[in-house]
Design a protein around this ligand. Structure first.
Ligand code: SAM
Length: 228
């Protein structure tokens, strides 16, 4: 496991900082604020489905899974949430994450977050009757993207730090595993990433970014690669 530090972001919520990469898991303008904006408001809430398969690139702190579970309960959706992680957080970091406190969660809901982290890897875990969590311990490069995905949370480290993950081969595999009309949402708006997504078959759009960032990007699988 790589050395990690827990740091506070501007909305009072934690993020993880990796000195080795000189990169944090979230925007320093606010981890919870950013995740809600990019993944919940611009992703989950933009899907018009009541039952959906989500794939998250990078489980990390579990913040996106927690926010998705809270939203799915609020909206009465059914969600199968699959995520991949090659460098799980240590228990010393997990137990100090302050998302429950920042989000004002009840003791029961805080224990669900803990349950998500304690859940075994590589198994389908029924968190409740609306939400199944499948945490996969491995590398996205080798992961078999089976199933029909409706929504992708593409939450990798930035292309400057992790260029290999923003490549055509990855986006093309995701595209093939996604249903027509499915959405991929990401904080990254780099022109090169946009062109790569489009080459893999996605239609892209620029949306207002989370506080502190001008823009974000959403990509949609309209139909098959190369066609309108
Ligand atoms: C920017 S962080 C976001 C994490 C998470 N979504 C969150 O909100 O805390 C990127 C995550 O992707 C994971 N990761 C990076 N490269 C990976 C790879 N090739 N395969 C699987 N996971 C990877 C990292 O360990 C890290 O947890």
């Amino acid at each position: 496991m790589k050395f990690m530090q827990l740091v506070l972001t501007n909305d009072g919520s934690h993020t993880v900082y990796l000195p080795e990469l000189n990169e944090s898991y979230h925007s320093m303008h606010g981890a919870v604020t950013e995740s809600k904006h990019i993944f919940i408001k611009s992703g989950l809430n933009a899907c018009k489905l009541t039952s959906l398969n989500i794939f998250e690139m990078g489980f990390g702190t579990g913040l996106n899974a927690l926010l998705t579970w809270l939203e799915c309960r609020k909206q009465g959706m059914k969600i199968y949430y699959r995520t991949i992680e090659n460098n799980p957080l240590g228990n010393d970091v997990i137990k100090r994450l302050n998302y429950g406190q920042v989000l004002g969660l009840s003791r029961g809901d805080k224990s669900v977050f803990r349950y998500m982290h304690d859940a075994p890897w590589d198994e389908d875990i029924e968190v409740d009757k609306h939400f199944v969590l499948s945490k996969n311990h491995g590398n996205l490069y080798d992961y078999n993207l089976h199933g029909k995905i409706d929504l992708v949370y593409f939450d990798a480290f930035s292309p400057d730090r992790q260029p290999d993950i923003w490549k055509y081969e990855i986006f093309e595999r995701l595209f093939r595993a996604m249903n027509a009309g499915a959405i991929l949402t990401t904080y990254c708006t780099k022109g090169k990433v946009r062109r790569t997504l489009e080459a893999a078959g996605f239609k892209t759009e620029t949306l207002p970014g989370a506080p502190g960032k001008r823009e974000m990007m959403r990509a949609m699988k309209a139909s098959s690669p190369g066609s309108e």
